[in-house]
Ligand binder design. Structure first.
Ligand code: NDP
Length: 449
């Protein structure tokens, strides 16, 4: 990707110089800036307002020490992060990721993407993200609790229901959110909607667990209907990952009449030509916290391959990468295209490399970028915030219906923007433009802050 606009080129080169070791962050910024060149050409006043210099610089970046004691009595130390990237359209909002690969670059790329994703939902949420290089795998519940409490001992002073509202992400589910919330309540003596993804008994949304995966399939249905005049019914689907997003994407795709034939985790993938049995996957991953390869012990006709990236060599109609960033590279994209894929949509954040995304666009394969396709989760979190403010609970069907509407709107605004800028069907460009315009407008109204 090469920037032609001199203003944007200058902004990017300045960032590259100051953040040369933050490759994921630079990758995300370059992708967004290259979509917005036409917007800048049409609106030269954005340069005078310094919009892009401000947009790529977080309002606040917090890094902190997280000391905790393991079950053998040893002191362990991890790094904690929170980036409060942009609050032009609402309080900072974005998940917490606990994974050994977490560093400043990963948190900043996620926080930057979150600005546009949250804007696309139409709800009043700014962009933020956080996490730690702590690895929850293999830890006892007590170790997880001690870690979460220590993490919150620092984080609590930076967040609040009207300031910054974290949620879950990789490695942070209902268990971790519960421990984090308990410690926040203890430290501040307040019971507020400071975190989303909470348990149902203390203010959580009935639909949060399903929201991202189901939302992804609602978005895919719009893509298929509008761009390919078809639907998920009867399609073969490959879903990478087997966490929260992957499981509920697979569930909704199956409900739409598709057959999910492969899923993965970081140890490898499983292939079941008869369709993955989701009850078994849920039992293995959600109840036993096991590995996908355990599936083949129960289903003898299924196969396991220990190279998780090779999942993209399996012929399919629809590919849904739902594990992690840069898991689908150019070779994988070529294999999918060669095997006749008709739609790719990102459940994870930036799972496709820039080269892979370009290959899909060039081959005119409908490609749904994560900031649009996986926005169902944060949209549901936005609704959870509203419910907490009102001290009210909507039922499952009410939230589900709202998320369906939001996902259709996200597709429509992205599609319309792609037409307006002469690239009909380019949802990367369309979603970036639509998400950006609202944030930019709010920034201009609010002056130089
Ligand atoms: P989970 O922790 O529930 O699951 C993550 C899955 O991805 C697991 O199967 C995990 O395998 C796999 N995975 C994680 N890291 C790697 C890696 N480095 N290499 C290979 N596989 C990996 O996370 P979620 O399902 O919540 O999140 C998945 C993606 O979706 C992330 O990109 C996240 O940012 C994004 N997302 C999540 C939302 C949500 O609501 N949860 C909302 C929007 C986006 P293993 O168990 O082996 O690590």
């Amino acid at each position: 990707m090469v920037l032609k606009n001199t203003y944007l080129k200058g902004v990017y080169e300045g960032l590259e110089e100051r953040n040369s070791n933050e490759k994921e962050f630079l990758q995300a910024v370059l992708e967004v800036l290259s979509s917005l060149e036409a917007v800048v050409e049409k609106n030269p006043q954005l340069e005078n307002a310094g919009i892009f210099e401000r947009l790529v610089e977080p309002e606040r970046f917090i890094q902190f020490r997280v000391p905790w004691v393991d079950d053998t009595g040893h002191v362990r130390v991890n790094r904690g992060f929170r980036v409060e990237f942009n609050s032009a359209v609402g309080p900072f909002k974005g998940g917490l990721r606990f994974h050994p690969t977490v560093n400043a670059s990963v948190i900043k790329f996620l926080g930057f993407e979150q600005i546009f994703k949250n804007s696309l939902t139409g709800l009043a949420m700014g962009g933020g993200k956080g996490g730690s290089d702590f690895d929850p795998k293999g830890k006892s519940d007590l170790e997880i609790m001690r870690f979460c409490q220590s993490f919150m001992n620092e984080l609590y002073r930076h967040i609040g229901e009207n300031t910054d509202v974290p949620a879950g992400d990789i490695g942070v589910g209902a268990r971790e959110i519960g421990f984090l919330f308990g410690q926040y309540k203890k430290l501040t003596n307040t019971f507020t909607g400071v975190l989303t993804g909470k348990g149902l008994s203390y203010g959580g949304s009935l639909f949060r667990t399903q929201a991202t995966g189901y939302g992804l399939c609602y978005y895919v249905e719009s893509m298929l209907q509008v761009l390919k005049q078809t639907s998920l019914e009867g399609k073969n689907v490959v879903v990478s990952g087997s966490g929260n997003v992957a499981i509920y994407a697979a569930e909704k795709a199956t409900q739409f009449g598709a057959k999910v034939i492969a899923m993965s985790d970081s140890n490898g993938y499983i292939y079941d030509k008869d369709g993955i049995k989701l009850d078994l996957i849920k039992e293995i991953k959600e109840e036993k916290r096991g590995r996908v390869k355990d599936y083949v012990d129960e289903v003898k006709t299924a196969k396991f391959n220990n190279k998780f990236k090779e999942i993209w060599n399996i012929p399919c109609d629809v590919a849904l990468p739902c594990a992690t960033q840069n898991e689908l590279d150019l070779d994988a994209a070529k294999a999918l295209i060669k095997n006749g894929v008709i739609c790719v949509a990102e459940g994870a954040n930036m799972p496709s490399t820039a080269e892979a995304a370009d290959a899909f666009l060039e081959a005119k394969i409908p490609f749904g970028p994560g900031k649009a396709a996986n926005a169902g989760g944060v949209a549901c979190s936005g609704l959870e915030m509203s419910q907490n403010s009102m001290r009210y609970n909507w039922n499952f069907q009410e939230v589900d219906a709202r998320i369906q509407g939001i996902m259709q709107d996200i597709f429509n605004v992205g599609y319309e923007a792609s037409k307006m800028y002469g690239r009909e069907g380019d949802l990367v460009l369309g979603s970036n433009v639509a998400g950006f315009l609202k944030v930019c407008d709010a920034m201009i109204y609010q002056g130089i802050v």
